[in-house]
Design a protein around this ligand. Structure first.
Ligand code: IMP
Ligand code: MG
Length: 181
């Protein structure tokens, strides 16, 4: 059987994402006003969300950017539970306020590992921001302070999220449909 995939219906349209990103940016602006904040994007999925998010944070927050890349998925839609650091931070986060930005929390394995790892680097504070949350799939609990949307247990792409490297460039979040032939 040949499996084909196509992007189907829009789950979250571009304009709703933009509105929610502005709200989260304002909230972060209030919470960190007058403070330094290191925004750590998890490559590659968080890149699109992060680039909009940081522009929604007011200039009263002294924002700097850093990135980490982890590999946990391969080309499959199922979590492997194995998290490998592919790219680490460029700068020390000791005593800094860290905000980890992720595209989606699914089982929670990736984020719980990253939060644990970040703690070992002794930042002043750590918080998590995720655009999407598939709550019903959670295996380990993670506290997400800033959340965009809770979504059903469907595989989604677009706005940075991919299936096998594809569809990150779509401006809206779509559900992936499997076509069996
Ligand atoms: P977790 O470790 O199971 O929470 O998985 C988190 C990672 O899995 C995310 O950073 C995504 O890369 C990937 N992921 C989980 N669900 C989806 C999805 O619906 N679309 C695209 N990527 C997903
Ligand atoms: Mg990811």
């Amino acid at each position: 059987m040949i499996m084909e995939y196509k992007v189907a219906e829009v789950l979250i349209p571009e304009n709703e994402i933009a509105k929610r990103v502005r709200e989260i940016g304002e909230k972060i602006g209030k919470d960190y006003a007058g403070k330094d904040l290191v925004v750590v994007g998890i490559l590659k999925g968080a890149v699109v969300f992060m680039s909009d998010l940081v522009r929604a944070i007011p200039e009263t927050v002294n924002v700097s950017l850093d990135f980490m890349a982890v590999s946990s998925y391969g080309d499959s839609t199922k979590t492997s539970g194995i998290v490998r650091i592919v790219k680490d931070l460029d700068s020390s986060v000791k005593d800094k306020n860290v905000l980890i930005v992720e595209d989606i929390v699914d089982t929670g394995l990736t984020l719980s590992y990253l939060v644990k790892l970040m703690h070992e680097r002794q930042p002043g504070t750590i918080r998590v921001c995720a655009l999407l949350d598939k709550e019903e799939r959670r295996k380990v609990s993670v506290h997400v302070e800033y959340k965009g949307f809770s979504i059903p247990d469907k595989f989604v792409v677009g706005y940075g999220l991919d299936y096998a490297g594809r569809w990150r460039n779509l401006p809206s979040v779509h559900i992936v449909e499997v076509l069996e032939q």
